[in-house]
Write a protein that binds this ligand. Sequence first.
Ligand code: ADP
Length: 452
Amino acid sequence: MSPRPSSGWTRTLGLLALILLGALALGLLAGQVWPVLTATALGVVAWHYWRLRKLLLRLTSHRRLPPARGEGVWNEVDRLLHRSQDDTRNRKRRLVQMLRAYRAAAAALPDAVVVLERNTQRVQWFNEASAGLLGLNYPADIDAPLGERLRPLPIAHWLASGRHAEPLLDVPSPVDPALRLSMRLIPYSQELWLLVARDVSKLMHLEQVRRDFVANVSHELRTPLTVVHGYLDMLDPADQPEWAPILEEMRRQSQRMTQLVEDLLTLSRLEAQDTVSDESVGMTSMLATLRREAEALSKGRHAIAVRDEAQLDLWGSTRELHSAFSNLVANAVRYTPAQGRISIVFARREDGVALSVEDTGYGIPASHLPRITERFYRVSTSRSRELGGTGLGLAIVKHVLQLHQARLEIESEVGRGSIFTCVFSADRAHPRDGTRSGAGSERTQQSSTRQA
Ligand code: ADP
């Protein structure tokens, strides 16, 4: 422990007093009091300057000087400075070690990590994986604008818009298009962004294998099911009256399986598509078809109203849109008890145009809404099965709307009913054209309808 500063001061002042007293005594002996005192005081001042210089040397020197030994204020100041320099050096060393460790960790990451200047999108730093995944070279690409550097990738616009909340999924790597990347922008300071690119080729491959598997299995099941269905239709319950209930149940189940296979095939087809055809979808005939289907499924149990308040047609795929709308209509019929009301309304909205299917049915508890469009997600599995549901209807609706850059809005209250609204942007709508609407209605006839 170093002595308290006050003891150093006392010693220094004591020493100064002793020197001055000694000088006074010497001056009295020599009969030259003032000259001796002045010379001594000058000596003391010079000594202080010399100690000050030593301190300055310590502060400016790049070498690590040993601490002063001995007592006195100057030595104490020197030791304190030495200690604070030591502390600073140690802190600096720890910081450098930490920085090195962080850099080594970032460099060792299997994902490409690029530090970007936020405004110019120029590269500040990147790790080793960035060479293999993004084709960046050190040092040539330091300070290069990343959007231009990775030009074959459609990321310049993404970077410029700074849409860090939305990752870019499944983009080909500029090094090898077979490598699929998922990219994410993370703002981590006022000036800097972090771009993280991950190799998702294996994941994409597995996803493709899964899709192919589901599509193939569904396809393979279709033919035997058609045969079973056909033979069941040929059997007449009147021939064996005691078998009639069994036959009826077998028919119902084979119909449900056929519907499940059809829905799985529809989903597989939708998943395989990036875009849809942009034909004119005649909404007059679409609404007429939806009314016919609703009436056929309801068999007179519900009051069905159809209103066309928009008087517009849509751009998109008639087949897919019909598939989505008819799923909503089938659900409305299925989940609304007899005597309920179902309204299908096509109307303009502030942000575009919307088709809504409203019912006065069972409704959906709010806690189920966030997951309701997931495959096989049902509020009540038994009710859905009993009513012929496959659990895929809303997943199909979601996919179709995504392909049309549209969204699904759901409002529902248990015991009062639900409103499912498909909202399309204004550029998906266009003024009605008789000829085109006719073409739309032709395709509508081909699309599949689920059974209630
Ligand atoms: P399902 O074939 O079971 O109807 P969907 O994906 O079409 O599958 O719907 C998922 C679940 O959402 C249904 O099981 C049902 O619980 C609920 N649901 C869908 N539409 C409605 C509706 N109009 N009213 C009440 N519940 C609904």
